[in-house]
Design a protein around this ligand. Structure first.
Ligand code: NDP
Length: 444
């Protein structure tokens, strides 16, 4: 049995109950095969694949908190510190009822390669809890966040592990986390990113993932002699990534016609009114169905379905496994030219294959949504030098980083004879840098 196949078979046996983790590992291992085969002896001797697929540590803990009626609750918290070969652990905190060890490990694993692609010195991690902030009062969210940090503070630090936002963790939650860390440790340091601007946050961090995604779309289209001007864009999600992806897509001349949340989706043939979506989601924290109250000409449909709308560019920006095989077939039939992932692993392996085999340009999340963590690393730099850069300065750096990522994944794919296969390009480029550092550090 080949080295790669043996390692994957072992993981399948060991982690049969972690489907998302196995899916992420399979996608990476399949596409890095040419790079592994080239160096098989040295990688196998140093157990590189065994070491890179096993987190350095998984911390899990109890989070007791009390609701507004005086009732106590218990949630489970996690931090998966996956790999710190190229820098301190870095990755978001997800607060969503679906959070479990499999999802934490898949996200931490992906983060290792994504962070490597940014070219910045950051290792990979992920954390979270099965707590659902939806429908909770600010006080309840604060009680939860303080309890979460009362345990997590032992394992993080500006040079150790720097968590950030993710699904369910926005500026409010980061504020409560930071306040509690500072209170317990008595240290004012850049231990979290995505902070508010009054206490060490970076301008353009909020916009970074969505903007970065569109900077890569722009590079991709330019590289193929095209632009976003006049293109129809379909977006899923209506959270942080989706909103700022829609904003930049519109600035670049595209027309965004759909957005969604976990209850349903809207189609506005005139182009989404983004100011209204921001008001609904960022201010009122309400459902996307509210949109049609102000725009009766738009259509709201319950459940999923954005991929059925004919488009040139599709941007999944909600969550994992939201673009399935049948969706890919519809996108292809409707003439979609490019799919770029704003979310982490939104496209299933089967759907990705259909898109690639049908000639749809496909950029995976670990490259396309790396703008968020890259700007988090820029926030860390600003915190270290105790300075704040202007919006333009951060945005310009972000733009440069995304252009470089595109160049890197495109040239790596070419180098291995797989031109246009950005999944292979991203996985191999991310992998090679981390492995180089791992080999330099010895077996540890
Ligand atoms: P938000 O919580 O701000 O928004 C998530 C959006 O997706 C919401 O519209 C939400 O709807 C929807 N959603 C969440 N879960 C589901 C589900 N199970 N089914 C259908 N819809 C769902 O998160 P972000 O925008 O920050 O993150 C979106 C994705 O991007 C995630 O995969 C995240 O890991 C990834 N990402 C985020 C980065 C960032 O900087 N924020 C950086 C890189 C990647 P509802 O409100 O109804 O739950």
């Amino acid at each position: 049995m080949k080295y790669i196949d043996r390692v994957y078979a072992d993981l399948q046996k060991k982690y049969a109950n972690q489907p998302e983790f196995l899916q992420a590992v399979r996608e990476v291992l399949e596409s890095i095969a040419p790079a592994v085969e080239k160096n098989e002896e040295i990688y196998e001797k140093n157990a590189i694949l065994e070491r890179i697929t096993e987190p350095d540590r998984i911390i899990s803990f109890k989070i007791p908190w009390v609701d507004d009626k005086g009732q106590a609750h218990v949630n489970i918290g996690y931090r998966v510190q996956f790999n710190n070969s190229i820098g301190p652990y870095k990755g978001g905190i997800r607060l969503h009822p679906s959070v479990n060890p499999s999802i934490m490990k898949f996200l931490g694993f992906e983060q290792v390669f994504k962070n490597s692609l940014t070219s910045l010195p950051i290792g990979g991690a992920k954390g979270g809890s099965d707590f659902d902030p939806k429908g909770k009062s600010d006080r309840e969210v604060m009680a939860f966040c303080q309890s979460f940090m009362t345990e997590l503070y032992k394992y993080i630090g500006a040079d150790v592990d720097v968590p950030a936002g993710d699904i369910g963790t926005g500026a409010r939650e980061i504020g409560y986390f930071f306040g509690q860390y500072k209170r317990i440790r008595g240290v004012y340091e850049g231990v979290l990113t995505g902070k508010g601007l009054s206490y060490g946050g970076s301008l353009a961090r909020k916009e970074a993932t969505g903007y970065g995604l569109l900077y890569i779309v722009d590079e991709l289209l330019k590289d193929h002699g095209d632009t976003l001007e006049g293109k129809t864009v379909v977006i899923s999600g209506a959270g942080n990534v989706a909103i700022y992806a829609a904003e930049k897509a519109t600035q670049l001349g595209g027309k965004v016609v759909t957005m969604s949340d976990s209850t349903g989706w809207i189609y506005d043939k005139n182009g989404i009114d983004l100011a209204l979506v921001k008001e609904i989601k960022e201010v009122r924290r309400a459902r996307i169905s509210e949109y049609t109250k102000a725009h009766p000409e738009a259509v709201y449909t319950e459940g999923r379905g954005v991929w059925s709308v004919p488009c040139d560019v599709a941007l999944p920006c909600a969550t994992q496994n939201e673009l399935l095989e049948e969706d890919a077939k519809i996108l292809v039939a409707n003439g979609c030219k490019a799919v770029c992932e704003g979310a982490n692993m939104p496209t299933t392996i089967e759907a990705t294959k259909i898109l690639q085999e049908s000639g749809v340009m496909f950029v995976p999340g670990k490259a396309a949504n790396a703008g968020g963590v890259a700007t988090s690393a820029l926030e860390m730099s600003q915190n270290s030098e105790r300075l704040s850069w202007s919006f333009e300065e951060v945005d310009e750096k972000l733009h440069g980083i995304m252009k470089n990522i595109y160049k890197n994944i495109s040239s790596t794919a070419k180098k291995y004879g797989m031109e246009g296969n950005y999944v292979a390009g991203a996985n191999i480029a991310g992998f090679e840098k981390v492995v180089d550092a791992m080999l330099a550090h010895g077996v540890c």
